[in-house]
Design a protein around this ligand. Structure first.
Ligand code: NAD
Length: 375
């Protein structure tokens, strides 16, 4: 047994609102399975976030929950929000809980895999042969660039016209750390990184290109690096998505490219994500939060219709990137693929001649496949 299998690891579960609580139940079942079957030991904390925290404490996340988040080896987040909290003060709206977690933990890297399971290739808007077996990872810088740069304002000019400004700012340090992470991740995958920017028209693109090139020379040994203009990258993703392995880009381009890549894989209910911080200088551990891309889905909440695969996939990412359990992560990913091959579908990915199942039936079927695959 490796050290990571015998050490107790601290998980913080933040189910949140709406379907967040329903899909998190399926993750809890997986955790129990791993404890029973793979020698893993977890210490589990749970807390409120979003509207649920506001109802109980008047804030979207408490300081006590933040302290648990600081101490956790990995945070698994469900979803937040819903019409019930439309009228709460802006600073306490459910999203404030998520934003505080990202900001206080300095989660600067957002990882969005786009994986197309062969059983779901028909659900993609692209042809089967283009997407079947697709496995790409978009690494998006999450705390800098156009969404945070100052000045950011709308001013009224003397002639009565208005003038709006967003500022795109990046420093060497910010680019270096996201590039280094992309190389580190590519080393565990296909060994190829595309760096997407707009150096032809943006000064931040020129610096991005320069720093990524220098970081590659320093930390990218053995990794194939390609520079690509972000607009061309958007086109190439549609033309021939399987040419990509890891794509690294800034906050704005990453927002667009990750949603574009996501749509090749079928449904929102299938999309996991991770947000990672800097490694701790003493322990080397990164702060990390794992969450499905989808929201709290108020339209189906409480009906057992939510697809739990995005959250289960997010938990598998936690095993892979924070908990040193790549084998268990592979087992979960293979069990998801096998369950889909068996023809089980939640309503959002339902296809002709398949069997529609509930959230808990999908979770249980994935666990059955884990039993079978590990027997
Ligand atoms: P949403 O992602 O909640 O839902 C969009 C559509 O996709 C809905 O029809 C929903 O039923 C469906 N869907 C989403 N996840 C699904 C799943 N796992 N299984 C099956 N179907 C699924 O987005 P929305 O409707 O725009 O927002 C609802 C609430 O969620 C809002 O309050 C919004 O602010 C919040 N939100 C939260 C997050 C987050 O927690 N990270 C992200 C997006 C939206």
């Amino acid at each position: 047994m490796t050290t990571s299998q015998t050490t107790t690891q601290n998980l913080l579960l933040l189910p949140g609102d709406g379907i967040g609580t329903e899909v998190m139940t399926e993750v809890e079942n997986l955790i129990k399975w791993l404890e029973r079957n793979s020698g893993a030991k977890f210490s589990i904390e749970t807390d409120l976030v979003g509207g649920a925290a506001y109802d109980q404490h008047g804030v979207a996340i408490t300081d006590a929950a933040m302290a648990k988040a600081e101490a956790a080896d990995a945070i698994i987040f469900g979803a937040i929000g819903g019409p019930k909290w439309d009228g709460v003060p802006y600073e306490h709206r459910p999203e404030a809980g998520l934003l505080r977690l990202r900001k206080d933990l300095d989660l600067f890297a957002n990882l969005r895999p786009a994986i197309c399971y062969s059983a779901l290739a028909e659900a993609s808007s692209l042809k089967r042969e283009l997407v079947e077996g697709l496995d790409i990872l978009i690494v998006r810088e999450l705390t800098g660039g156009t969404y945070f740069g100052e000045p950011k304002e709308i001013v009224t000019l003397e002639n009565g016209q208005k003038r709006a400004v967003d500022t795109t700012v990046y420093t060497t340090f910010e680019i270096e750390r996201i590039a280094a992470m992309a190389f580190e991740l590519a080393r565990k995958r296909g060994g190829k990184v595309h760096s997407a920017e707009k150096r032809n028209v943006m000064r931040t693109g020129v610096l991005w290109h320069e720093v990524v090139t220098a970081t590659h020379a320093a930390k990218g040994e053995g990794i194939e690096l390609h520079h690509i203009l972000a607009d061309n990258c958007a086109m190439q993703l549609i033309r021939e998505p399987k040419q990509f392995d890891v794509i690294v880009c800034d906050n704005l381009f990453g927002d667009m490219l990750s949603d574009e890549a996501a749509m090749m894989t079928g449904s929102l209910g299938m999309l996991p994500s991770a947000s990672l911080g800097m490694p701790d200088p003493e322990t080397g551990k990164r702060k990390a939060m794992y969450e499905p891309v989808h929201g709290s889905a108020p339209d189906i909440a409480g009906q057992g219709k939510a697809n739990p695969i995005a959250t289960i996939g997010s938990f598998a990412m936690a095993l892979r990137y924070s908990l040193g359990k790549a084998k268990d992560a592979d087992l979960i990913d293979n069990a998801i693929a096998a369950t889909l091959e068996r023809g089980l579908r939640t309503a959002d990915i339902m296809q002709p001649n398949m069997r529609e199942v509930s959230t808990s039936e999908m979770g249980a079927a994935i666990i059955e496949e884990m039993d079978r695959l590990s027997a």
